[in-house]
Design a protein around this ligand. Structure first.
Ligand SMILES: Nc1ncnc2c1ncn2[C@@H]1O[C@H](COP(=O)(O)OP(=O)(O)OP(=O)(O)O)[C@@H](O)[C@H]1O
Length: 283
């Protein structure tokens, strides 16, 4: 990869210990090699030799039954649990990057993002690093201003108060705020844990449109999916089982395998026809 070459030329050292160069990450390329993970030193492995590659701008859906390792994989990518193996983000091995820098350059959007009590501004820019124009642009790109915001009341601005935990916002609005945070920080890797609680159609449409815009800018999106509809039109789907990748590829290709796991999941779904149609529309 081009960037790895640059680091090798420079002797493989960052100017400051673990602090990546300002231009990193320039792409959302992700390469994972033999990643294993456990929650404690004497605990069992919950991920086993996971290897895969995702190109900048790709959208990957992660599916698997409960306990298959979906959340553990996202935590491993953020180095929140004990890992072995290698993960390269934009060409740099993430174990060479200090944790603050790593975690501020990958955005995890949880199912129900927790917000701080304070203002919208404090939630999107907790360390007061950005000017109003940047923050407003991010909120606009994320789609917050396009939503009628009955829950918040009145016109939404950076000074709009947020109740403790974000309880005056819907789950969808909270995810949109988390997305705005990702846009402000220029994260090139977004991990979305799909909200399982109902998000209304308008809010979901805003989230999907904002995500598409980010993908067009080269952001890589990993979606932990709880509904197959969310990811059947993804570029690739990863199926996890007992901490291992059992399938990884284009949904339409995976569906051709009569004994395949994704196919079995789709075949027993009530929306089988819709799901096949979605998969067949991916280029
Ligand atoms: N905090 C934890 N400490 C120890 N083991 C854990 C912890 N969280 C999860 N595990 C174990 O890791 C394995 C993978 O669980 P994980 O939560 O990653 O699965 P998942 O696919 O995200 O499940 P779900 O769909 O229910 O969220 C399971 O065996 C689980 O028991």
């Amino acid at each position: 990869m081009a960037n790895s070459a640059i680091y090798q030329i420079r002797g493989g050292l960052f100017p400051d210990e673990g602090v990546p160069p300002a231009y990193w990450p320039a792409s959302g390329d992700l390469k994972v090699e033999k990643l294993s993970a456990r929650y404690s030193l004497d605990g069992p492995r919950v991920l086993h030799d996971i290897s895969f590659e995702v190109r900048s701008g790709e959208r990957v859906g992660i599916v698997g039954r409960t306990g298959s390792g979906k959340s553990s994989l996202t935590l491993a990518l953020l180095q929140c649990i004990i890992t072995e193996g290698k993960v390269y983000y934009d060409g740099i091995p993430i174990d060479r990057i200090n944790l603050d820098a790593l975690r501020s350059s990958i955005t995890l959007i949880p199912q129900v993002p927790e917000l701080l009590s304070g203002t919208l501004r404090q939630n999107v820019d907790p360390f007061q690093q950005y000017d109003d124009a940047t923050l407003n642009d991010a909120l606009r790109s994320a789609g917050l201003f396009s939503l009628q915001s009955n829950t918040i009341g009145g016109r939404v601005t950076l000074d709009t108060p947020i109740a403790s935990g974000g309880t005056n916002l819907s789950v969808g609005q909270r995810q949109i705020l988390a997305l705005a945070r990702a846009i402000v920080r220029q994260s090139k890797l977004l991990i979305l844990d799909e909200a399982t609680s109902a998000i209304d159609y308008a809010t979901d449409a805003v989230i999907q449109a904002s995500l598409r815009q980010e993908l067009d800018k080269g952001v890589t999106l990993l979606t932990v999916a709880h509904r197959l509809q969310t990811i059947m039109d993804a570029d690739k789907v990863m199926v996890l089982d007992a901490g291992r990748i059992v399938e990884f590829g284009k949904p339409s290709e995976l569906l051709k395998d009569e004994k395949g796991t994704l196919r079995a999941l789709v075949d027993k779904s009530d929306d089988k026809e819709t799901l096949y149609a979605m998969a067949s529309h991916v280029g």
